[in-house]
Design a protein. Structure first.
Length: 455
């Protein structure tokens, strides 16, 4: 059956309508025509009083696929509410790395109850994953993979792949290990099926393999996997024994989550806060940063106060202050976003600082000139004062140039110093652009005060 986009859209709309009207049985009948990702997206917008009955009635394999597509906090809440026997069966079905992430969000007594009921082998695997640091490769690796000993024939390897458990999500590569379980080479599926079954697998496998360790940072491993364009990468423990693989889809999830975290931190928010965080918890995470931001903004207040006499002499100067500071902040955030994204995805190295600076100088000069001329005309039309228009235009142009340079290069500097560029650059950037914009604008106005008064 071929499903065209409009057909899929119709199924999605019917499913969403059925769930909104709490017609769970109708939704269950429609569900097989939709991907688990589409269903999960719809479920995130619904209340648990309809989500839980749906997951309890739909095919269990589909339910497991849907749950791993949901935010982990929502998935954990679902496991608290669904029937205990169903939660046990689902945990036996979903990938162990996802299961570990979800179970880690439950209370200790809930975790103990789950481990008493699930398959002991799976439970031990989940426990092993949970002992790794949250942001390490070990916490996100998949422990189901295909590995054969040195000396195995191609034919026996293909037979092993056919008999491998269903939990293995990617069979693109087979790893060859020595007697101690350490990886020595890898062979691709396409090479295996084109080779004489009687040949030794070592004859077609490559010994030039890249590995990551369980204690490595997950984000660094994900960047490596993406940049090398592998489908998965082997994971070894402290003694270099193969213990798992990092899959491409997991790497993409890690990079996406990291990128989202970076942009959350740019607003001085906490990555630990989510929709499920209690109100008081959110206040505790947000208030300190907002209070600190008040003290940062005192710098701009002090600059304005130092030009009090100039502002009193030409009150019209105050009209354009918000536009100059806001435009600097907006331009700075644009450059900041590009730099943080590139750093987060591993597209650039910290040594690329000067390349970023050169680029932002060129971009800033062009944008500063164009926006400065535009603002000069606008200021002239509004106030009818040529000197004020020129001063406002120059101040805006200079602030745009400086904001672009600071926004584009500050993440590299902070990262090199060992700080978090996303958490630290947002508040610093806005404060700096406010101070520079106000200083240039009011400084020029003070120098040309006589001309401004003449108009």
């Amino acid at each position: 059956m071929i499903l065209e986009p409009q057909v899929l859209t119709a199924y999605r709309d019917k499913f969403a309508e059925a769930m909104a009207e709490k017609k769970v049985d109708t939704a269950v009948d429609i569900a097989p025509n939709l991907s688990s990702g589409r269903i999960a997206q719809i479920l995130t917008e619904l209340d648990n009083d309809v989500v839980i009955p749906f997951l309890e009635k739909v095919d269990e394999k589909l339910a497991a696929d849907i749950i791993i597509k949901l935010p982990h906090e929502m998935a954990a809440e679902i496991f608290r509410l669904i029937k205990p026997e169903l939660s046990t069966r689902l945990l036996d079905t979903i990938p162990v790395d996802d299961a570990a992430d979800i179970i880690a969000l439950l209370e200790k007594d809930e975790i103990s109850l789950i481990f008493e009921k699930i398959n002991p082998e799976i439970g031990n695997t989940i426990r092993d994953l949970m002992r790794y640091e949250h942001d390490s490769v070990g916490s996100v690796m998949n422990t189901y993979y295909i590995a054969v000993r040195e000396g195995t024939t191609v034919g026996n390897t293909l037979n092993a792949m056919k008999d491998a458990p269903a939990q293995i999500q990617n069979r693109a590569y087979v790893y060859v290990v020595d007697g101690d379980g350490k990886p020595v080479s890898a062979a691709s599926m396409k090479d295996l099926i084109r080779t004489d079954p009687a040949k030794d697998i070592s004859e077609i496998s490559t010994r030039d393999i890249v590995v990551v360790h369980t204690y490595d940072k997950a984000i660094h491993a994900a960047q490596l996997l993406r940049n090398r364009r592998f489908q998965m990468i082997p994971v070894v423990n402290e003694t270099n024994v193969l213990v798992g693989v990092l899959l491409l889809d997991d790497a993409i999830d890690i990079l996406s989550e990291n990128l989202a975290d970076q942009f959350v931190q740019m607003g001085a928010a906490s990555i630990e806060e989510s929709f499920y965080t209690p109100p008081l918890g959110s206040v505790k995470k947000r208030l300190p940063w907002m209070a600190g931001n008040i003290f940062l903004n005192l710098g701009a207040v002090a600059v304005i106060a130092s030009f009090e006499e100039t502002i009193e002499a030409v009150a019209a100067l105050a009209i354009f202050l918000p536009m100059i500071t806001d435009m600097g902040g907006n331009v700075g955030i644009q450059a900041l976003s590009v730099s943080i994204r590139s750093i987060a995805l591993g597209e650039v190295r910290l040594s690329d600082y000067w390349r970023a600076a050169r680029k932002e100088v060129i971009v800033g000069c062009v944008n500063g000139l164009a926006l400065g001329l535009l603002f000069t005309v606008i200021a002239l039309i509004i106030q009818g004062n040529p000197t004020l228009g020129i001063v406002a235009g120059i101040a805006l142009g200079c602030n745009v140039l400086l904001a672009g340079i600071i926004g584009g290069t500050l993440p590299f500097i902070i990262k090199r110093l060992g700080g978090d560029p996303a958490m630290m650059t947002g508040p610093v950037l806005t404060t700096v652009t406010d101070i520079t914009g106000v200083t240039i604008y009011l400084g020029l106005s003070t120098m040309l005060l006589a001309n401004l008064l003449v108009g």
